[in-house]
Write a protein that binds this ligand. Structure first.
Ligand SMILES: [Zn+2]
Ligand SMILES: [Zn+2]
Ligand SMILES: [Zn+2]
Length: 154
């Protein structure tokens, strides 16, 4: 994560789905039809989505009930494999536009419309990690989220 000169790829649409599948498969996990459906559903959401949102949409799409718990487990797997990002203060998830590379992603979360703008700034996250290290604390994952009002809501 300390490498500022890596080849950073941002994906969207079909290319994002391909990149997510490749990334999951290369870490030895299967891209099942349920996982594919959940990822596509997540990628369709512009705002952070909860397991309940995804389960509702998927139940409608598949014509049979999909339990939020199974969606939640798969979202957790996605987060662990860098396919999805968890927006903690919204208790919801976003598809990760850069499944191929790891960052401590930063979010600007709008209190009005719920939009979460995704920012990568390794300089800031490394400073946060440095503060933890100086306090003899081993940082696993800094969570940097800024609540406020987005441009279209202000
Ligand atoms: Zn990157
Ligand atoms: Zn990021
Ligand atoms: Zn807003």
């Amino acid at each position: 994560m300390g490498n500022h000169n890596h080849h950073h790829h941002e994906h969207s649409g079909e290319s994002l789905i391909d990149a997510a599948r490749d990334s999951l498969v290369s870490s030895g996990e299967q891209w099942t039809s349920m996982r594919a459906d959940i990822f596509e559903e997540l990628a369709r959401h512009e705002r952070p989505a909860s397991a309940y949102d995804i389960a509702d949409n998927l139940s409608a799409k598949r014509g049979k009930r999909v339990a939020p718990n199974s969606v939640y487990r798969i979202l957790d797997l996605f987060v662990a494999n860098n396919l999805a990002l968890r927006v903690e203060s919204a208790n919801a998830f976003l598809a990760n536009s850069h499944p191929g590379c790891e960052h401590d992603c930063i979010f600007l979360v709008c209190d009005e419309c719920g939009e979460a703008t995704h920012i990568d700034n390794d300089e800031i996250s490394e400073k946060v990690r440095g503060v933890a290290k100086a306090a003899d604390f081993r940082a696993r994952r800094p969570i940097i989220e800024i609540r406020g009002t987005c441009a279209s809501c202000s």
